[in-house]
Write a protein that binds this ligand. Structure first.
Ligand SMILES: Cc1cc2nc3c(=O)[nH]c(=O)nc-3n(C[C@H](O)[C@H](O)[C@H](O)COP(=O)(O)O)c2cc1C
Length: 357
């Protein structure tokens, strides 16, 4: 059994060969937690990252898109590959394929609320068939030598919250850590995550419980650790336009101080890195085009930013974009920029929480 040290001074646990201290995890997010974004988050303090969820059926069909999602580069570790599905044999096969790609652990998705998945009995759909969830978990844990973890929700709906029982059963069949998104499937991403259930799961099992849901500020991460006793905190939407949340949460947890927003020079440095990782992953043309969706996040708060973004749109090569980024006047209006950045970040976090994307 993994030893979990969990006091206000020391929070650490083992997962396979990893020792994870005060863990801040980047949540698995489809279309978001791809290789470039994971690298950015790792460099900004995420201790563990996950792939996007990957269909077990697609993996055994050898679908190219599913295989691309398993790309792992050396700088990303510790990293999990997350799989989903509802056929035990397919999940076992997929876990073996994923293991060969060299992640540090395999995670099983029992939380996806999307109709086309949950209503077909995969993801959160398995919250309506706990024996099947346990069968899949046991079979996958037996089939691979890496640690196997799971990520789930509180239950199907508010009348069927079973997280405490689920946590115990998953532990009993060899699941080595459990991430709990403290909402039901029926809630989707709406309402508030109910952290009290994370605490109840923590108290019920000896495996590490990773708390998840509504951590959008560094103070929230500290609060989730303190209120629930969880072994690690997982951050999803709060990182989407603010990957600095990992570093800033760490600073808050360690010193109690709130970090200044990142300087423009640093935002530009990470924006360029993001371009380069994206180009490495998707090729220059597609990599550059797909970065358009990230521009507003990195450049928020700058004066005349909408116009500046429009100027970058015609390009599908990185050089002319980098040249223009270099012309941004770093010193002008810095104070004003920081204030606006704070306001917009807070508003964006509020909106993503409401919209669930
Ligand atoms: C765009 C998006 C994609 C997601 N994709 C996945 C996924 O592939 N696997 C998974 O387990 N959860 C997925 N989730 C759920 C998140 O991992 C997380 O549980 C949820 O967003 C709650 O955490 P947060 O409040 O920190 O965002 C996704 C969430 C979002 C917003």
């Amino acid at each position: 059994m993994n030893e979990i040290k969990n006091t206000s001074d020391v929070r650490e646990f083992r997962l396979g060969n990893l020792v994870i201290k005060n863990g801040l995890f980047l949540a698995p997010m489809e279309d978001v937690s791809d290789y470039p974004f994971r690298m950015i988050c790792r460099e900004l303090g995420a201790d563990v990252v996950y792939s996007e969820f990957i269909s077990s059926e697609a993996l055994i069909r050898e679908a190219q898109k599913a295989f691309l999602k398993m790309t792992i580069r050396p700088g990303e570790h510790p990293m999990a590959i997350q799989i989903y599905g509802n056929r035990t044999e397919a999940m076992v096969e997929a876990a073996k394929i994923a293991e060969d790609k060299g992640p540090d652990f395999i995670d099983i998705n029992f939380g996806c609320p999307v109709k086309k998945i949950a209503l077909k009995g995969a993801g959160a759909g398995l919250l309506r068939d706990i024996p099947k969830m346990i069968e899949i978990s046991a079979a996958v844990a037996r089939a691979v030598s890496l640690p196997v973890t799971a990520k789930t929700r509180l239950g199907w709906d508010s009348d069927t919250i079973q997280i405490v029982d689920i946590a115990r059963q998953l532990q009993d069949v060899g699941i080595e850590a459990l991430a709990v998104h403290a909402r039901t499937r029926a809630q989707g991403y709406k309402g508030q995550a109910e952290w009290d259930w994370i605490q109840k799961a923590v108290e019920a099992v000896n495996i590490p419980v990773i708390g998840n849901g509504d951590v959008t500020e560094p103070q929230h991460a500290a609060e989730m650790f303190a209120r629930t006793g969880c072994a690690a905190v997982m951050i999803g939407r709060g990182a989407i336009h603010n990957p600095w949340i990992f570093r800033h949460s760490k600073q808050f947890i360690e010193t109690g101080t709130v970090a200044e927003p990142p300087a423009l020079s640093e935002r530009l440095e990470f924006l360029k890195k993001h371009y380069l990782y994206n180009m490495e992953y998707k090729g220059e043309k597609l990599g550059v085009i797909e970065m358009r969706k990230h521009l507003s996040g990195y450049l928020r708060g700058l004066p005349h930013i909408a116009k500046f973004r429009l100027e970058l749109m015609p390009f599908d090569r990185h050089e002319p974009i980098f040249e223009r980024l270099d012309t941004l006047n770093i010193s002008s209006n810095y104070k004003e920029t920081v204030e606006t950045y704070r306001e917009i970040t807070a508003r964006a976090a509020e909106l993503t929480c409401k919209n669930g994307a």
